[in-house]
Design a protein. Structure first.
Length: 406
């Protein structure tokens, strides 16, 4: 059994044995000599401490044994409940993990650390709306909790798509820590999400005055410049970020994107190829490489790149769609193309782009009737799409049924 990054972030701290620390790092579970703050005189203290050591050593079986023992010794032990929530989550028992966490919250009502732990578990399990409620309750209980505000702001920006709420939280956090380049960076990302590019640029410039060599901030500044139509300036920022952090895959991918905007597609191909070993488990650089190679009319290489992206992410239906379009244009591998686009439509039956691709594949297979039907369905969903309309027009007029004999 493996202990996830989330679980390592969940345990140890002040006041309770298991408040959260930032989940963005692989956090060590406290000092090896630390003991429970309330351990003296508690029947469960020894078992809790042994459970913590087992978790620190990523031994879930031993940890489960000790936390279960602690819970039997003290059914009111919040620490034991939190430990069992972590273990259940790591074992894939999502509902049981939430139940243990809810018990901990009920046993320690209004405790910000426990509410924060619950929120992070809910985020990890893909329940962001419920996580928002827990974060709000934690902030209400601890209005000065800086990390709580940063966590909730990240949830708003990254998942819930509520950048205006993130901006409000981050401005408040910045009042608590005005010299923080990290908070300025996060605030700028929220501004970007809210479409406030000028404010994002000013905020990132302020962050760079505090930390001029931080690659994440340089990268973000380049992204803002790119969205403002300043491609050359964006490239300068991406190159600065890569000069600081040579294996920064995000900056290398962004470099490829902006090179394409500048019409330098061959150089973009080189950037995407360099990004691949920087992010060996990611389909993204392969997919972007495929797009660039396709623009350069190098279909065999593009197909290879798309297939590698799908090997890494078999359910990436946008890549599957791109590959199906490529195969239809080359009139090769059409059975494979049809299977891929049908699978994509099973997942998203009303995505007009996929229906248009289905039409292209049918057309390449010589089935004009099926192609016409697919193009018409795509146009019914996006009546103003000129590309879909062109594809339908290229089929010519629909055949007129023969008249019945008198």
């Amino acid at each position: 059994m493996q202990l996830s990054r989330f679980c390592l972030a969940l345990l140890v701290g002040s006041g309770l044995a298991f408040p959260l620390v930032p989940a963005t790092a692989d956090v060590v579970l406290g000092n090896s000599s630390s003991t429970l703050a309330e351990g003296a005189g508690r029947p469960d203290s020894e078992a809790i401490n042994r459970g913590r050591v087992a978790l620190r050593n990523r031994n879930l079986e031993q940890a489960e044994k000790y936390f279960s023992e602690a819970y039997r010794q003290n059914p009111a032990s919040v620490e034991a409940m939190l430990g069992l929530a972590v273990i259940s989550h790591s074992q894939g028992k999502a509902k049981l993990a939430r139940d243990w966490m809810a018990s901990a919250v009920a046993m320690a009502p209004g405790q910000p650390a426990v509410l924060q732990a619950q929120a992070r578990l809910l985020v990890e399990q893909g329940l962001p709306a419920s996580a928002e409620e827990s974060y709000r309750a934690a902030i209400a209980a601890n209005p000065d909790g800086l990390q709580l505000k940063l966590d909730l702001a990240s949830l708003y920006t990254d998942t819930l798509r509520k950048p205006a709420q993130a901006v409000s939280l981050l401005r408040d956090a910045l009042r608590q820590k005005p010299d923080s380049a990290d908070i300025l960076h996060q605030l700028a990302l929220a501004y970007m999400g809210d479409g406030r590019l000028d404010e994002a640029a000013r905020t990132l410039d302020d962050a760079l005055r505090r930390d001029p060599a931080e690659p994440r901030i340089l990268h973000a500044r380049g992204l803002v410049a790119q969205r403002q139509g300043q491609a050359e300036r964006a490239l300068e920022y991406f190159d600065k970020a890569l000069a600081v952090k040579k294996d920064f895959s995000g900056a290398m991918i962004s470099r490829g994107d902006v090179l394409q905007l500048l019409g330098r597609t061959e150089a973009a191909v080189d950037a995407y190829r360099k990004a691949i070993p920087m992010a060996p488990g990611s389909a993204l650089p392969h997919a972007l490489l495929g797009q660039a190679l396709n623009r350069l009319k190098r279909p065999a290489e593009a197909e290879k790149a798309y297939r590698e992206a799908l090997r890494l992410e078999p359910d990436n239906f946008r890549v599957a769609n791109n590959l199906a379009v490529l195969l239809a244009a080359q009139k090769t591998g059409l059975d494979d193309a049809l299977a891929m686009i049908r699978r994509a439509l099973e997942r998203e039956p009303n995505r007009a782009t996929y229906l248009d691709t289905l039409g292209l594949v049918h057309q390449a297979r010589g089935d004009k009737a099926a192609a016409r039907q697919a193009f018409e369905r795509a146009l019914a969903l996006e009546s103003g799409n000129s590309e879909f309309r062109l594809h339908l027009a290229q089929l010519g007029n629909a055949p007129v049924p023969a008249s019945a004999p008198p």
